[in-house]
Write a protein that binds this ligand. Structure first.
Ligand code: UDP
Length: 243
């Protein structure tokens, strides 16, 4: 396992996209569930007021650096994370590999029309893709057993869970002993992007580390949640000063 950068109690693996993909490919060869999370500044800040979430993020098998905020923090701490590995990009890389190697994929989360749209778009875009099932993310506890049975019966290798943070990681962790998939990864709003409901920031924003700004313009109602970003930056600068 690669070296980790720990920021405010949340470990992040010092991996490039290529390394992260290699690690997940190895996970797929082992017969047990591996949990992958994609911590960004917002998630690290959520974990500050949520011990359960922080503990879960310490028990995952791989945490990729999803966001310019955590890259910035690693630079300040001189423990540089090599590059940003966005959850969405990791998902798409894994889909490519799964399509080539015929790993079984299951999509869980988002609204019913969104997850169906994501399923249809992926099927038409990737030859050889094997999506064995999908289910929306608005289910009750009563439906949970049925969903988990479906995931297991279909011999899922790669389970993408799009319930938003922290719900998705908590759901995966709570059900870790029931799920027979090889890899479960929380992918936030990725199904909305794949289904074409939400557009991702153009590359120039991503390259400049300004994806958050694009998102703020597009979805201004998220501003409250996004206040976590400047709070994170301040916390990094102040904590660094006091070490
Ligand atoms: N979602 C869900 N069930 C819930 C709450 C949210 O399936 O109970 C879905 C929601 O429809 C959306 C995704 O989870 O597709 C969350 O997206 P968001 O962009 O808020 O997540 P983030 O990437 O910020 O964690």
């Amino acid at each position: 396992m690669a070296d980790r950068f720990v920021i405010f109690g949340v470990p992040i693996d010092k991996v490039t996209m290529k390394k992260a993909v290699d690690i997940v490919e190895n996970f797929l060869l082992e017969d047990r569930l591996h949990i992958v999370a994609t911590p960004n500044a917002e998630i690290v800040m959520m974990a500050q007021n949520d011990d359960e979430y922080k503990e879960i993020l310490n028990k995952t098998d791989l945490n990729v650096p999803d966001g310019s905020g955590v890259i910035f923090a690693s630079k300040i701490y001189k423990e540089e994370l090599p590059e940003r590995v966005a959850g969405f990009d990791l998902m798409m890389e894994l889909i490519k590999i799964a399509s080539l190697k015929h790993y079984k994929i299951y999509l869980l989360g988002a609204k019913a029309d969104v997850v169906k749209g994501a399923y249809l778009n992926l099927k038409s875009r990737y030859q050889g893709i094997d999506i064995v099932g999908f289910h929306d993310g608005y289910f009750s506890e009563i439906d949970e057993e049925e969903i988990i049975n479906d995931i297991n019966e279909k011999k899922t290798d790669l389970l993408f869970v799009a319930l938003g943070a922290p719900k998705q990681e908590k759901w995966i962790y709570k059900n870790r002993n029931k799920l027979n998939a090889k890899v479960a990864i929380g992918v936030g709003g990725s199904f909305d992007v794949i289904a074409g409901k939400v557009t991702r920031a153009p590359e120039i924003y991503r390259k400049l580390g300004l994806e958050w700004f694009y998102r703020l313009m597009k979805e201004p109602w998220r501003y409250k949640r996004m206040m976590a970003l400047p709070r994170f930056a301040m916390k990094v600068l102040f904590s660094k000063k006091s070490v």
